[in-house]
Design a protein around this ligand. Structure first.
Ligand SMILES: Nc1ncnc2c1ncn2[C@@H]1O[C@H](COP(=O)(O)OP(=O)(O)OP(=O)(O)O)[C@@H](O)[C@H]1O
Length: 315
């Protein structure tokens, strides 16, 4: 759904630096279940902020509180003024027999705060923004899954937005549609729009976002830039070779640490070494290098390290 107007009770504008700030934000549903537990979140303006967590970890409830759709039990939050927030929480229902453009015009007309005179401009701009100008006249039922989701995002972009909130925008999409949405999110962010996007897929957040917060059963377990989240562990050099013992000796001689040798693979902490130099040194020492790569710890490894638990990587 897209929200156009009306500030929710309890919300106030955050500072110039942040699009969303929450402090101790908590939601306990009737029956005692804590869905969101004392959440402290700071979303910098201009970031693509991944809100990551397995199903049921409290992402949607948090988003619904931010949009004023659910009242918090306790805590505070501030968000940019709601007319400047575009949100995709549950995809809008589009008419299959109408074109993308006609659907957006209908959708726009349902907004009492939007002027009818400028409707066409708004719709044209939104379609352009999501790359659907060429397909504007095509019937919705003939759209691919990716195009359908792009149209839903266009509906959230009818009007100037400082913040776009997307709840699991790639859920149910095929790989092509997922790629389309990922690319679109980056494009939308490139002009400075803050994007807050929830996902249960680590790899997706890693590829699409500048920052992430990781939720587990209503609690925040880690947050920060993707680089800082992944940076806790050092990159490693990995060499594939039939001359493992020699390779390990050469790397130790060059000052590499944490050298490990197992079968045809030798690995070590890369430190400040240039991989191409190490390659040259190995070859010079007569080591047959079949493969050489630098492996950086993924967000998933970091997450597993933080929580001691696995994660729903494929969905
Ligand atoms: N209206 C409600 N009444 C009672 N419990 C609820 C309600 N809405 C959500 N919950 C519970 O709160 C918890 C958090 O749900 P929420 O939908 O926020 O998680 P989520 O991370 O968005 O997961 P998903 O990706 O499955 O939507 C879940 O255990 C859920 O069952």
């Amino acid at each position: 759904m897209t929200l156009e107007a009306g500030a929710p009770f309890g919300a106030s504008p955050p500072s110039d630096d942040h699009a969303i700030v929450t402090e101790g934000l908590t939601k306990r549903f009737k029956g005692g279940q804590i869905a969101v537990d004392a959440l402290d979140l700071t979303v910098p303006r201009g970031s693509v902020y991944g809100f990551l967590g397995p199903n049921g970890s409290g992402k949607t409830t948090t988003i619904r509180m931010l949009l004023g759709l659910v009242a918090p039990t306790s805590g505070t939050f501030s968000v940019v003024p709601l007319p400047r927030v575009g949100a995709l929480v549950e995809g809008p229902a589009f008419y299959p027999y109408l074109s993308g453009e006609a659907n957006l015009l209908r959708y726009d007309a349902a907004d009492p705060t939007a002027s009818g005179r400028t409707a066409r401009t708004r719709v044209t701009t939104a379609l352009e923004r999501v790359g659907l100008s060429a397909a504007a006249g095509k019937r919705y039922r003939n759209y691919s899954l990716g195009m359908r989701q792009r149209l839903a995002i266009a509906a959230a972009l009818l009007g100037p937005r400082e913040l776009l909130i997307l709840d699991e925008p790639t859920n149910g999409l095929d790989p092509q549609g997922t790629r389309e949405v990922r690319t679109l999110v980056k494009e939308i962010a490139s002009d400075g729009t803050t994007v807050f996007v929830s996902s249960h897929l680590l790899a997706e957040v890693e590829q699409m976002c500048t920052h992430a917060a990781i939720m587990r059963t209503g609690r925040l377990v880690a947050h920060g830039t993707i680089a800082s989240l992944s940076g806790g562990r050092a990159p490693r050099l990995r060499v594939e070779t039939p001359d493992g013992a020699d390779a390990a000796r050469v790397l130790r001689g060059l000052g590499l640490t944490a050298v490990a040798h197992e079968g045809p693979e030798v690995s070590a902490e890369l430190g400040g070494h240039a991989p191409e130099r190490l390659n040259a040194a190995l070859v010079e020492a007569g080591v047959a290098v079949r493969g050489l790569s630098v492996v950086r710890p993924s967000l998933e490894e970091v997450f597993v390290g933080l929580t001691g638990e696995g994660f729903d990587v494929e969905g």
